[in-house]
Write a protein that binds this ligand. Structure first.
Ligand code: AVI
Length: 322
């Protein structure tokens, strides 16, 4: 367990451990088969995701950073002084730092993260960099209802920051439910600042999820490698392939792991049969035009107050107000 700076107060809501075996067996018993994308992010998968962000085709991270570089001050002004900034995720990234640097007299920074070790490691670094900001980390699953810690000074406004287009990894109905939970959390006068990828040329989107160096394919197939490591499964990775296609009607990348031949695999002591060409759905990455964002926000009881984009309008950061 990493050492905790004495001034950092952890609120540990003791999130339930993931049921990897139960979730995987349920997904493999479904028709069509599917596996939850949240299981991509073990230590190997998290490192591979960092490498994806550096691939020339994966424009998302670079473009969102550019938006933060160019507009963080304007965002801070729009948020106003005395904000309690709640971040969904550990806040390890540059985007958070860019925002914390320019917020006007923030009252507290509250990262909400399920991994206690990732949370403490990142908040420890942020506490050194921002000694004037009260750090109130919460160990919790942000897809569940979360109770917020009270800062020393009363906040003027609570704002949830959810960067990285992670909301796009949830199906629309679930994304709306998450936004509605954020709305309840921030209360009246609060807001949500969310990074969302844009709809654009399908070839450009597909290239981002099929990089030439094969890092995304390795990231996807690491899910099977993880099941081999943790569930004693015997997936032969050379007999499965990564497939990411953009569905222009649904406005989302759908990533599958496809079996190259008919085969039988053992997972957690059970045999699972795959047909030749059978595809398991492993991830959605939804893309949004402005009308989509407005619709989704309205369904969650929120209003789009401001939108920041890059000059090519490839990515957007949206301020949704309650
Ligand atoms: C984390 N998330 C926003 C990434 C995305 O673009 O959907 C995950 C990812 N999957 C493949 N490449 C990147």
């Amino acid at each position: 367990m990493p050492e905790m700076n004495a001034s950092i107060k952890l609120l540990d809501l003791e999130p339930a451990e993931d049921d990897l075996l139960g979730d995987v067996l349920a997904g493999l018993a479904a028709t069509p088969k599917r596996l939850p994308s949240k299981y991509f992010y073990d230590a190997v998968g998290s490192r591979l995701f960092e490498r994806i962000c550096e691939q020339p085709e994966y424009y998302l991270t670079r473009t969102e950073l550019e938006i933060m570089r160019d507009h963080a001050e304007d965002m801070a002004q729009a948020l106003g002084p005395g904000v309690r900034l709640v971040e969904y995720g550990s806040g390890a990234g540059l985007k958070t730092r860019q925002l914390l640097k320019v917020l006007q007299a923030p009252v507290a920074y509250v990262p909400v993260e399920i991994s206690r070790s990732a949370l403490l490691a990142s908040v420890g670094r942020l506490a050194e960099e921002f000694p004037g900001i009260e750090m109130l980390p919460v160990c919790a699953d942000f897809t569940q209802r979360v109770a917020l810690p009270e800062p020393g000074r009363p906040p003027r406004r609570t704002v949830v920051y959810f960067p990285g287009s992670t909301l796009g990894n949830f199906e629309n109905a679930v994304a709306v439910k998450l936004l509605a939970q954020m709305r309840a959390l921030v209360g009246s006068g609060g807001a949500v600042l969310v990074g969302l990828d844009r709809k654009k040329d399908p070839a450009m989107i597909e290239a981002a999820y099929n990089d030439a160096a094969g890092v995304t394919a390795e990231f996807t197939l690491n899910l099977l490698a993880r099941l081999n490591r943790e569930l004693d499964a015997d997936f032969d990775l050379s007999r499965f392939r990564h497939q990411a296609r953009y569905d222009a009607v649904k406005g989302r990348i759908e990533t599958h792991i496809t079996s190259s031949c008919a085969q039988s695999v053992s997972v957690g002591g059970q045999r699972v049969e795959f047909g030749e060409g059978e595809a398991m759905l492993v991830e959605y990455s939804c893309k949004y035009d402005q009308a989509d964002v407005e619709r989704m926000a309205a369904s969650a009881g929120l209003v789009v107050e401001r939108t920041w984009t890059d000059p090519s309008d490839w990515f957007s950061v949206q301020l949704l107000a309650h």
